[in-house]
Design a binder for this molecule. Structure first.
Ligand SMILES: [Ca+2]
Ligand SMILES: [Ca+2]
Ligand SMILES: [Ca+2]
Length: 219
């Protein structure tokens, strides 16, 4: 699985079609965080200017604001970057935002797989001790339904879809808790550890995971 993820950063580039680069102006909107009545907000930060890619344009994660909606059915995650955000799978758009959101749903390093954030983190950065149970795939953005798929990393099954909207320097995900089912033994209490490796098609450019542990306040 880890090798597959690494290869995606370099292989998908050959599948892209030739079109012009365009900044994210997605007219589709999922319910805004305000409309969802997001609660139990928590703020996470990643250093600015800590990217490690080789290309001129690099995604630099600055912060993640996270909520749970009033119905306690969705995580809301607002990711802010230190650069413009470009929609992936938008033709020959080398600067589309791709990568992985890895989730340790039971906060147990003994279950799941080794996080790929550790494979991409530069020398000297702290490593993650997550046992990754689920991954949200930024490579597979569906422009029709505005979704990203969620995969079970142990069973290799599709478990759901996260809605996503892209903005000028940020993106917002609406992730159903149902995408992290209890059926495989995870204790989905709404508390998760998570981490990102994000970048462009040619390369990953930033990882963020240290201290990224969200508590939804559910029983
Ligand atoms: Ca950063
Ligand atoms: Ca785990
Ligand atoms: Ca970082």
């Amino acid at each position: 699985m880890k090798v597959r993820k690494i290869l995606l950063f370099t292989m998908i580039i050959v599948l892209l079609l030739l079109t012009t680069l365009s900044c994210a102006t997605n007219p589709y909107t999922i319910p805004l965080v305000e409309e969802l009545g997001g609660k139990n907000g928590q703020h996470f930060t990643d250093p600015a200017n800590d990217t490690f890619g080789m290309e001129e344009f690099q995604y630099d994660i600055l912060s993640v604001d996270m909520f749970i909606d009033e119905t306690e059915s969705y995580f809301i995650m607002h990711i802010i970057f230190n650069n413009p955000v470009y929609i992936p799978n938008n033709g020959f758009d080398m600067e589309g935002l791709v990568g992985y959101l890895e989730i340790d749903a039971d906060q147990d390093p003994a279950t799941g797989i080794e996080p790929s954030v550790n494979s991409f983190a530069p020398m000297g950065e702290p490593l993650s001790n997550m046992g990754v149970d689920y991954t949200i795939q930024f490579f597979e953005y569906d422009a029709t339904f505005h979704t990203l798929p969620v995969y079970d990393e142990v069973l290799w099954t599709l478990t759901g879809y996260a809605n996503i909207i892209y903005d000028e320097t940020s993106c917002t995900l609406q992730i159903p808790l149902s995408a992290f089912p209890d059926s495989n033994g995870y204790d989905n209490d709404g508390n998760i550890d998570f981490g990102f490796v994000l970048g462009t098609y040619p390369e990953p450019t930033d990882v963020a995971h240290e201290g990224f542990s969200y508590s939804a306040g559910l029983i």
